[in-house]
Design a protein around this ligand. Structure first.
Ligand code: SAH
Length: 204
């Protein structure tokens, strides 16, 4: 997966490649899809959500230019796969998921595999996680027509955000930098994420 899907397609960041070699992706995928865990596409993880394609995950992580001392906010924990990768790359990881069931399952997987350095919260990620702001970087794993203003507010000066912007069917990945309090945007590539949905889903 790392050689064919990532390195050959341009992922150069050695720390990102190493993290993607280390985290067992199949552990984050439901039993019936495990065989395909390292293939070049997203997979279902329950609650109509997906674990992102490896290539897109690597592109997002690389473009965020993460430093080992960074505090990072992730929106859309999902399976916890990206959360695990982040925990190997930065100092502190805060991750918000709107589906309580997914958050609980992800927390269990991360704990079982020994990725302890992460804090997961159930909430509407469009509001960020003010308690732990400001963040050096924010990674949003669900698509939205517009960047939520609360997320930009919780980014430190000089911080970076990766976010898929667009409609449910057509989106582009954007890198947003906070420079002088304003957003500087770079459009990266087309992508397809599940939508960033308002509110939370509790469930027992
Ligand atoms: N990075 C995840 C991808 C999960 S898909 C992984 O590797 O598995 C996107 C996730 O975003 C879904 O779990 C979905 O429930 C969640 N989501 C959608 N809208 C949200 C919101 N407003 N706040 C928090 N999470 C949200």
């Amino acid at each position: 997966m790392v050689a064919r899907q990532l390195a050959d397609r341009g992922t150069r960041d050695a720390r990102v490649l190493e993290a993607m070699r280390t985290v067992p992706r199949h552990e984050f995928v439901p039993e019936e899809f495990r065989e395909g865990a390292y293939e070049d596409h997203p997979l279902p993880i329950g609650e109509e959500q997906t674990i992102s394609q490896p290539y897109i995950v690597a592109a997002m992580l690389e473009q965020l230019d993460l430093q080992a001392t960074d505090r990072v906010l992730e929106i859309g924990t999902g399976s916890g796969y990206v959360t695990a990768l982040l925990s190997l790359l930065v100092a502190e990881v805060y991750s918000v998921e709107r589906h309580a069931q997914l958050a609980i399952a992800a927390e269990g997987t991360l704990h079982r595999l020994g990725y302890g350095k992460v804090k997961i919260g159930v909430g509407d990620g469009r509001e960020g996680w003010a308690e732990y702001a400001p963040f050096d970087a924010i990674l949003v794993s669900a698509a939205t027509p517009e960047m939520p203003s609360a997320l930009f507010a919780q980014l430190r000066e000089g911080g970076r955000m990766m976010i898929p912007i667009g409609s449910p069917t057509s989106q582009e990945l954007r890198l947003i930098r906070k420079v002088g309090g304003r957003a500087e945007e770079t459009v990266l590539e087309g992508c397809r994420f599940v939508p960033l949905v308002e509110g939370t889903v509790e469930g027992g």
